[in-house]
Design a protein around this ligand. Structure first.
Ligand code: ZN
Length: 278
């Protein structure tokens, strides 16, 4: 069980467009189709972003359609939604999707633990926003996907833990390789892992051409992975061949099996992270 690999599929994101990659899933049907195929190939979590006519949106009505389509296609997958602040500045917008009820309620939601610069844009999550989102997730019983791009973000999570504003289970997504934040290297990863709270589950994502190296690093280091077109639209590091979500998951699952790590089922992933069974 300890060797099982949790594959978190970040299938859409905020930034990629269909002009850049025509296989980017945007509509509920397209997203559900990719999630179904990626679940068969080994994904156990899906990290969802919503779009209206290709434009990112925070609106819960759109998430309703996406989550309903995903639940129908793949009833057992762990549904994680984005509370990204890249384009949406206030907490009412960023937390709207947390209000969904019943079968549409997400089990997890992203919580970026600080502000950062992407190559062309700032992503602002100030201390009050971090605390506010954490509080709303805790009140709703939604487990945060703790997004960490730098050591300071990890350290703020330890502070929130001490203050009771975060509680286990703790699932970290460490994202390395974006210009302006920590690069992907064994030293950077090791420094971050050394600062993780005890008992935390961790996954690693590599941005852009670092995705494959991040996958293999995490698999061999005993962690878990986040993968998909949100972070990387190409299959090869020369950026000549476009990827699809299933292509990326299939390759990562094959590497994992070579290293004797079978992809976890969603039920196994829930047990590993400490989520309630579904
Ligand atoms: Zn995202």
């Amino acid at each position: 069980m300890d060797r099982k690999l949790i594959i978190n599929l970040a299938c859409t994101g905020m930034v990629p467009t269909k002009e850049q990659n025509p296989d980017l899933p945007e509509t509920p049907e397209e997203i559900a189709g990719d999630v179904r195929r990626c679940r068969e190939l080994g994904a156990s979590i899906v990290h969802l972003h919503a779009r209206i006519d290709g434009v990112p949106t925070y609106r819960k009505e759109i998430y309703v359609d996406i989550i309903a389509a995903v639940r129908e296609a793949v009833p057992d997958i762990i549904v994680c939604v984005s509370c990204s602040g890249r384009n949406f500045p206030n907490i009412e917008q960023r937390s709207e999707v947390l209000e969904l009820e019943g079968d549409l309620k997400p089990e997890m939601a992203s919580l970026t633990l600080g502000s950062l610069n992407f190559p062309k844009q700032a992503s602002v999550t100030d201390p009050a926003m971090i605390a506010g989102l954490a509080e709303r997730m805790q009140a709703r019983g939604i487990v945060p996907e703790l997004e960490v791009f730098d050591l300071g973000m990890l350290e703020i999570s330890r502070y929130l833990l001490r203050k009771g504003m975060l509680r286990p289970p703790l699932y970290y997504n460490i994202l390395l390789g974006s210009l302006g934040t920590a690069s992907l290297s064994p030293l950077n990863l090791g420094t971050l892992l050394a600062a993780l709270p005890e008992g935390a589950t961790w996954a690693l994502a590599g941005i852009g051409r670092f995705q494959l190296a991040a996958n293999t690093m995490a698999i061999s280091a005993g962690g878990h992975i986040r993968i998909g077109l949100e972070d990387n639209i190409f299959f090869d590091s020369a950026r000549k061949k476009l990827a699809t979500n299933p292509m990326l998951v299939e390759r990562a699952a094959a590497i994992a099996r070579l290293l004797e790590r079978e992809p976890a089922t969603p039920a196994e992933a829930r047990a590993l992270i400490g989520l309630a069974p579904r």
